[in-house]
Design a protein around this ligand. Structure first.
Ligand code: SAM
Length: 367
């Protein structure tokens, strides 16, 4: 989701974020004090919908860094000659601003960031809270070393660790706030135990059915966490949470007229609902001139593909497209709720999506 909004200078970018209501006066001062360019290495790529393209010229680099777009800083986990998939980046500034706003830090808040990346978010947190209250963990040692260098050059010394942020930071003790800047398929319960009761967790979630959404959770006395979804968010996944490829499709295709334009499945509210009703169903899509083409698969070999204005093809056992249409009609009967009416509860037993109230859990359609 690369935004088209461009800003030619960093102050203009910060002004743009403030004009869009994404920065409080305090965060505005923090962003102004921490130029993004100090945290973007020379070697960078622009993220296009289907690939990353290298940024070759200095003026192109500067324009990208001063725009509201993500800047990709590593491909293929740093392995040369790979397929060119972004594995580390300096996130889209408006997304960073939204997440930091949702984190609701106060003076004295002790924060843990999962996914140091370029170090920019850690620097913003240091500028806001002071170095000693900021902790950031990065899985990739090369990325972590670059971030440590950039942070030191800019005068910040947060607590940094190279390790897997899916697990608690040994010996750290409880923090007041946790921000994940890589997407999770589920919120690991072990991570919640790193946050004190009353603390806040902000993370992008990306499950198999849909593209991604931010969630803001408050940790309760009993260690569970509850809170709302807060709009869409596309982040690169935590390494161990990468979504598997489409499942293998079995059997011959059967065509039928579509009772639903596949473009409707891409509404985030529906995606949250359907993801909870049809766990394990994987959906990917591509925009087309008329709307969208979608592919859905399930591990039992059931699959379907549909494009706006065309017939639907279903494969394998069962009738997956019909199940999806059924879930769509349920969603419609529920009043087509927007994404912000959904929320999430995380307990030691797993996580549940709910609609409007934590007690109104959206349960799987099967079993
Ligand atoms: C979008 S980047 C983070 C952006 C960063 N906050 C910044 O300010 O530039 C996501 C980062 O998460 C890291 N990552 C992925 N899985 C991780 C894990 N299990 N633990 C810690 N970091 C992880 C990736 O290596 C990548 O650098």
């Amino acid at each position: 989701m690369s935004a088209a909004r461009q800003a030619s200078t960093y102050p203009a970018l910060v002004q743009d974020l403030a004009d869009r209501g994404l920065l409080t006066a305090r965060w505005r001062r923090v962003f102004e004090a921490v130029p993004r360019s100090r945290f973007v290495p020379e070697r960078a790529w622009r993220q296009l919908p289907d690939r990353c393209v290298p940024v070759r010229e200095a003026d192109e680099w500067l324009a990208l860094v001063n725009s509201d777009e993500p800047v990709v800083t590593q491909l293929d986990d740093g392995v040369e000659g790979g397929p060119g998939i972004a594995t580390s980046s300096n996130s889209m500034p408006s997304m960073t601003a939204r997440m930091l706003g949702l984190l609701q830090v106060e003076d004295g808040s002790r924060v843990l960031e999962v996914g140091t990346g370029t170090g920019y978010v850690a620097a913003l947190l240091c500028e806001r809270l002071g170095d000693d209250l900021v902790h950031s963990v990065e899985l990739d040692a090369v990325v972590a070393a670059q971030a440590a260098e950039a942070l030191a050059q800019a005068g910040y010394r947060p607590h940094l660790r190279v390790g897997d942020g899916e697990h608690p930071w040994p010996g750290l003790g409880p923090v007041d706030r946790l921000i994940a800047t890589c997407a999770l398929r589920y919120v690991p319960y072990a991570l919640l135990r790193q946050v004190r009761p009353g603390g806040i967790v902000v993370a992008p979630l990306a499950r198999t059915f849909w593209s991604g959404a931010l969630v803001q959770l408050e940790v309760r006395e009993d260690g569970t966490a509850v809170g709302p979804f807060c709009g869409g968010a596309t982040y690169m996944p935590m390494r161990s949470h990468r979504v598997p490829d489409l499942h293998e499709v079995r059997g011959k295709g059967r065509a039928r007229a579509a009772g639903l334009d596949p473009v409707r499945l891409l509404d985030l509210g529906f995606a949250l609902y359907a993801g909870a009703r049809l766990p394990g169903v994987r959906l990917i899509h591509q925009d087309t001139a008329d709307g969208a083409r979608v592919w859905v698969t399930r591990e039992d070999g059931a699959a379907a593909t549909a494009a706006t204005g065309e017939e639907v093809w279903q494969y394998g056992p069962g009738l997956l497209w019909e199940e999806i249409e059924h879930v769509w009609w349920e969603y419609e009967s529920a009043g087509r709720p927007d994404a912000d009416q959904f929320g999430l509860t995380v307990t030691s037993r797993g996580q549940e999506v709910w609609l409007r109230e934590p007690s109104e859990v959206v349960r799987p359609a099967r079993g």
